[in-house]
Design a protein around this ligand. Structure first.
Ligand SMILES: C[S@@+](CC[C@H](N)C(=O)[O-])C[C@H]1O[C@@H](n2cnc3c(N)ncnc32)[C@H](O)[C@@H]1O
Length: 298
C-alpha cells in the first residue's frame, strides 16, 4: 500500500493503477487490467519500452517524467481515449507500432500465429505470399513478414486514413520491399491474385454489441468495428471469396470475435476449428479445400 506521495517508479505504477481502478476506465486496448495499463502508462511517460520497466522500479523519476505521468493519467481518465492514442504508440508481438484514431489499437489474437522464432503453428506450409485483409495499422502484415522472412505480404484496407498510418509503420519497420499496401474493398482490388496464407482481423462487432461497448471503443474508427446485425457482414464474404485468392494448399486465418456464435448457428452441420480464443475473441483456421461450401452458401 502506498501512503503519501508516490516516489519510486514502483510507487507511481501502484498509484496509477489505483486511480485507473477508481475511475472505472475500460481495458482491452493492449492491456487487460489496471496493473498492466499502469505499467504501460508509466513506461510511456519515462519514454522506455514496457519490458524495460522492471529494471527501473526502484528509481526515482525526474520532475518532467512525473509531470508526464500525471498528465497522461488525467487525460486517460477524462477523455477515455485508449492509452495507445495518448502515447501515439502500441505494442504488438513485442514490437512498437505508431497508432492514432485512424486505426484500431492492434491487439489481434492472430499475433499468436506469428512468433518470430519460426515456431508458428503454420510452419508446416511453405509460405511465400501472404495477404493481410483489413490491415489497419499493418501490425499483422508486419508481424507476418517477420514470422515468414521468405514471404511477400499484401496489406489491404478500404480506409485511406488507415493506410496512411500503415505506411508509417511499414517505414518504421523497414519493410517497404516486402509489405505492399493496397486500397481495396475486401478482395475487389485483388483480381487474379492468390496467396499461400490469408490473415484477416476484419470488423465483426454486431450492432447490438456496438451499443454496449465502453467509451474507449467509440474512440476507435467505427469502420473498423461495426459489421451489421449479426457481426458477419465482412466475415461471410471473406470466407466465401477466400478460395479464389488462396493457392491450392493455402490457408485462411480469420478472427471472428463474438460473431463466432452467429457463424456457427448459420452453419450448424459444419465443424469449425478455433485455434485461438480468449473471452469474446476467436480465431478460425481453414484449409482452402474446406472453404468450398461457404462459396455455395450465397
Ligand atoms: C478490426 S480492424 C483490424 C485492423 C488490424 N488488422 C488489426 O488487427 O489491428 C478492421 C480494419 O478493416 C478495415 N475495413 C473495414 N471495411 C473494409 C472493407 N470492406 N475492405 C477492406 N478493409 C475494410 C477498417 O478500415 C479497419 O482498418
Amino acid at each position: 500500500m502506498v501512503y503519501g506521495a508516490p516516489r519510486t517508479v514502483r510507487d507511481h505504477v501502484l498509484y496509477v493503477e489505483r486511480r485507473l481502478k477508481a475511475a472505472h476506465v475500460a481495458f482491452g486496448h493492449g492491456t487487460e487490467d489496471a496493473r498492466d495499463e499502469a505499467a504501460w502508462l508509466v513506461s510511456g511517460a519515462l519514454k522506455i519500452a514496457p519490458n524495460g520497466l522492471a529494471a527501473k522500479l526502484t528509481e526515482i523519476p525526474g520532475r518532467k517524467a512525473v509531470a508526464r505521468i500525471r498528465s497522461l493519467l488525467a487525460a486517460r481518465i477524462r477523455t477515455r481515449q485508449p492509452l495507445a492514442y495518448l502515447l501515439g504508440e502500441a505494442w504488438f508481438m513485442g514490437r512498437r507500432y505508431l497508432v492514432d484514431p485512424r486505426v484500431i489499437v492492434p491487439r489481434s489474437l492472430i499475433g499468436e500465429f506469428l512468433p518470430e522464432d519460426g515456431a508458428s503453428p503454420l510452419a508446416d506450409i511453405d509460405i511465400r505470399s501472404i495477404l493481410d485483409l483489413c490491415t489497419g495499422s499493418a501490425a499483422i502484415a508486419i508481424a507476418a513478414a517477420r514470422a515468414f522472412p521468405g514471404a511477400q505480404v499484401d496489406a489491404v484496407d478500404i480506409s485511406q486514413d488507415a493506410l496512411k498510418v500503415a505506411a508509417r509503420n511499414v517505414r518504421l519497420h523497414g519493410l517497404g520491399d516486402r509489405v505492399r499496401l493496397i486500397a481495396s474493398d475486401l478482395y475487389s482490388g485483388l483480381e487474379g491474385r492468390r496467396y499461400d496464407l490469408i490473415l484477416s482481423n476484419p470488423p465483426y462487432v454486431s450492432t447490438a454489441e456496438m451499443a454496449s461497448l465502453p467509451q474507449e471503443y467509440r474512440k476507435e474508427p467505427a469502420l473498423a468495428l461495426e459489421a451489421g446485425t449479426d457481426g458477419l457482414d465482412l466475415v461471410l464474404p471473406i470466407l466465401r471469396q477466400a478460395p479464389e485468392h488462396l493457392t491450392d494448399d493455402g490457408r485462411l486465418v480469420l478472427e471472428v470475435g463474438a460473431s463466432r456464435e452467429a457463424l456457427e448457428n448459420r452453419f450448424p452441420d459444419r465443424p469449425f476449428l478455433w485455434l485461438a480464443s480468449a473471452d469474446d475473441e476467436c480465431v478460425g483456421y481453414w484449409h482452402r479445400e474446406d472453404l468450398r461450401d461457404f462459396a455455395s452458401d450465397e
